[in-house]
Design a protein. Structure first.
Length: 241
């Protein structure tokens, strides 16, 4: 088991859990974050331990800046700086733009885009002070690249994350810290369970993706072999775009 720890936000289910377990298989210890699903986070940690690694669980709302800072600074003080951070936690409030309520816009922006700042602000400087390579992977979306009907708010955040990633990657490149995005298409998770099968016809591979396929891309970007890959968007979407 490696001594390095990787933080995975939104790791209680779906893509986040698959990422946490895959990174655990690669030997990393996992800091398992959850927003509301404590039982799911406990199940994720159990899977992490079942593959021979270890980790810990903590809870905060990524839209709550003070809570993010408090929890992450305390964890880093206790266990040391992270080798990597995977920003996976997100929410959606889908609907046609004219029908959106103010909270539908604000909640998605403050969580998905604000969470980038709230999580990485207390994490990045300790990572830099390690004076060792580091990895940051931000989860964007096919919606952030191509847009999608009924997702103006969600697409805005996912496109914004790409811009934020590209800027941060330049700033920390000389520190041997890579910053990249993975942009999934339609992946079989709880969030996409209501998408009709007819959508598969729009995907060249004629199927939805699996969380483990997204996790594989993230794991590669966290590996030593990916040390010269930064400021990139890796799409995992079955050829949609």
């Amino acid at each position: 088991m490696k001594s390095e720890t990787i933080l995975v936000t939104g790791a209680s289910k779906g893509i986040g859990r698959a990422i946490a377990v895959r990174l655990a298989k690669d030997g990393y210890q996992i800091a398992v974050h959850y927003g509301a699903d404590k039982r799911g986070a406990e199940d994720t940690l159990a899977e992490v331990r079942a593959v021979g690694s270890d980790g810990r669980i903590f809870n905060f709302d990524i839209a709550d800046r003070e809570r993010c800072r408090e929890v992450l600074e305390n964890d880093i003080e206790t266990h040391g700086a992270y080798y990597g951070a995977i920003l996976n936690a997100a929410i959606n409030r889908d609907g046609a733009f004219p029908a959106l309520e103010d909270d539908d816009w604000d909640d998605v922006i403050n969580t998905n885009l604000g969470g980038f700042y709230n999580v990485l602000k207390p994490v990045l400087m300790p990572m830099i002070r390690r004076r060792s390579p580091g990895r940051i992977v931000v989860m964007s979306s096919v919606s952030g690249i191509a847009g999608n009907r009924g997702q103006t708010n969600y697409a805005a955040t996912k496109a914004g994350l790409i811009g934020a990633m590209k800027s941060m990657a330049i700033e920390v490149a000389k520190r041997k810290i890579t910053v990249n995005c993975v942009a999934p298409g339609v992946i079989e998770t709880q969030m996409t369970k209501d998408i009709p099968d007819i959508v598969k016809e729009q995907i060249p591979m004629q199927r939805f993706g699996k969380p483990e396929e997204v996790a594989g891309a993230v794991a590669f970007l966290c590996s030593e072999e990916a040390a010269y890959i930064t400021r990139q968007v890796i799409s995992v979407n079955g050829g949609m775009i």
